[in-house]
Design a protein around this ligand. Structure first.
Ligand SMILES: NC(=O)c1ccc[n+]([C@@H]2O[C@H](COP(=O)([O-])OP(=O)(O)OC[C@H]3O[C@@H](n4cnc5c(N)ncnc54)[C@H](O)[C@@H]3O)[C@@H](O)[C@H]2O)c1
Length: 310
């Protein structure tokens, strides 16, 4: 009887990719991990380094540096390759540069015979997720962008700090573009079942301050250390687990909208149920009027930016 062996192929072993590989190994999520990068020496070095940690890992993971043919048997291909945000550069500035890189990567992955799920982390993540769908011809449900998974984690962290509650007990979402037009869904933010807006007495100025800190977090980190990678790496591991373990977990990811939230034909961050077949269902929140308008304007910025390319 053929036994299925979980395999993750990681393309792009820079700051984000190598942090993801390290977190994946430490959490014992997959049986096989193949590393691919334009810079072969880097991914070879990473494979060696990670293998030297196997003696201390929770489970055995086979790790090697490889090439696109290794994607054939992968359950998930994780895309962290490409150029990153330079100081002062928005995520949308990266569009043209990373679209070119993604076309050749996705074509190479598909030539291998890959028939699994793509996770996209490279920015601008919503637009690149759409591009991966177009370039791969896989069903929309099998392309998942990291979307606002990290922004939501930052939001929950800051709310947890403010209310002195474990971040895991804070339920609140950031939706929209992973970028400057994203929005907080205050109308559905709760701690331990208590809606924050109705029960906490928090002032509007404080709410605004928390959200601005979430939205601008990447800029603040990039100013200090040049790139952000640990938080997103852990978010990507969370997403990988939800797929490999068929969890049906609700995560805020970039997924294809086909009428949900009044939008069609774009990838954007919303809560969705994630399992072994990818996106099982988009969760539609009953947004208030302000949130509806903010979401529509975020979607419109994405559509305008994509328009010249598709
Ligand atoms: N989604 C999120 O929340 C989030 C958070 C942080 C960073 N990012 C994004 O992740 C991406 C990677 O960031 P980073 O800091 O790791 O950058 P990095 O420059 O450290 O790594 C990028 C890697 O991609 C490789 N690469 C470039 N072109 C390639 C190609 N054609 N084929 C294979 N590999 C190729 C490079 O050799 C490099 O190792 C950026 O787009 C960044 O904006 C996303």
């Amino acid at each position: 009887m053929a036994v299925h062996v979980n395999r993750v192929a990681l393309i792009g072993t820079g700051f984000v990719g190598s942090s993801y590989a390290f977190a994946l190994l430490n959490q014992g999520v997959t049986e096989e991990l193949v590393l691919i990068d334009l810079n072969k020496e880097k991914s070879e070095g990473d494979a060696m380094d990670l293998n030297h940690g196997l003696a201390f890992a929770p489970t055995r993971t086979k790790i090697w540096y490889g090439d696109y043919t290794d994607c054939k048997k992968a359950d998930i291909v994780v895309l962290c390759a490409g150029a990153n945000q330079k100081p002062g550069e928005t995520r949308l500035d990266l569009v043209a540069k990373n679209l070119r890189i993604f076309k050749s990567i996705v074509e190479s992955v598909m030539e291998s015979g890959f028939d699994g799920i793509f996770i996209v982390a490279t920015n601008p993540v919503d637009i690149l997720s759409y591009a991966v769908w177009k370039y791969s011809n896989l069903p929309q449900s099998r392309i998942i962008g990291s979307g606002t998974i990290l922004d939501t984690a930052r939001f929950r962290y800051l709310l947890g700090e403010h209310f002195e509650v474990d971040t895991r007990n804070v339920h609140a979402y950031i939706i929209g573009e992973h970028g400057d037009t994203e929005l907080p869904v205050w109308s559905h933010a709760d701690i331990g079942g208590n809606p924050i807006m109705e029960t906490s007495g928090i002032e509007k100025a404080k709410l605004d301050e928390i959200f601005v800190n979430v939205r601008d977090a990447a800029y603040h980190i990039i100013e200090r250390k040049g790139a952000t990678y640990y938080g997103i790496a852990m978010g990507l591991v969370r997403l990988t687990k939800a797929i490999l373990h068929n969890e049906s977990s609700i995560l805020t990811v970039s997924c294809y909208l086909d009428g949900e939230y009044g939008e069609t034909d774009l990838y954007i961050g919303v809560p969705a149920v994630v399992g072994s077949e990818g996106i099982k269902k988009v969760v539609e929140l009953n947004l208030n009027e302000t949130e509806k308008q903010q979401f529509a304007s975020s979607a419109s910025v994405l559509k305008q930016t994509m328009q010249p390319f598709f």
